[in-house]
Design a protein around this ligand. Sequence first.
Ligand SMILES: Nc1ncnc2c1ncn2[C@@H]1O[C@H](COP(=O)(O)OP(=O)(O)OP(=O)(O)O)[C@@H](O)[C@H]1O
Length: 115
Amino acid sequence: MSKFIKGFGYALKGLSYAFKTQLNFRFHCAAAVVVILAGWYFKLSGSEWCWILLAAALVLVAELLNTAIEALVDLVSPGQHPKAGAAKDTAAAAVLVAATIAAAIGLVIFIPKIF
Ligand SMILES: Nc1ncnc2c1ncn2[C@@H]1O[C@H](COP(=O)(O)OP(=O)(O)OP(=O)(O)O)[C@@H](O)[C@H]1O
């Protein structure tokens, strides 16, 4: 049980690291809060909430993995290397794909409620 609690503590440390060091992660956390408040304002249905929460989670998870990959690349490749650059750029591309899909889901759900 204490191992489980310790693991939870390590995860919170990771969240805190990403929040403190990554402007993009802070931006996406703020965007998730705004979308959740908008969902509450527009009284989303159960399935709409599922899509919105999944989309927000997809972006935040991609940001966390991107942060982890950046830290690992900086550790193993302090000098310049094409593979190191490719690893960082591909991780950043994962965030871009997730954020684009999440924005599309947000538009599909909120546009009909606004207009
Ligand atoms: N070790 C490296 N070797 C080759 N190219 C690198 C290396 N580190 C970074 N790059 C290139 O520079 C870009 C920016 O790297 P950087 O570490 O500043 O990433 P970042 O996403 O801006 O991270 P941060 O959130 O720390 O600002 C990378 O996407 C990659 O193209």
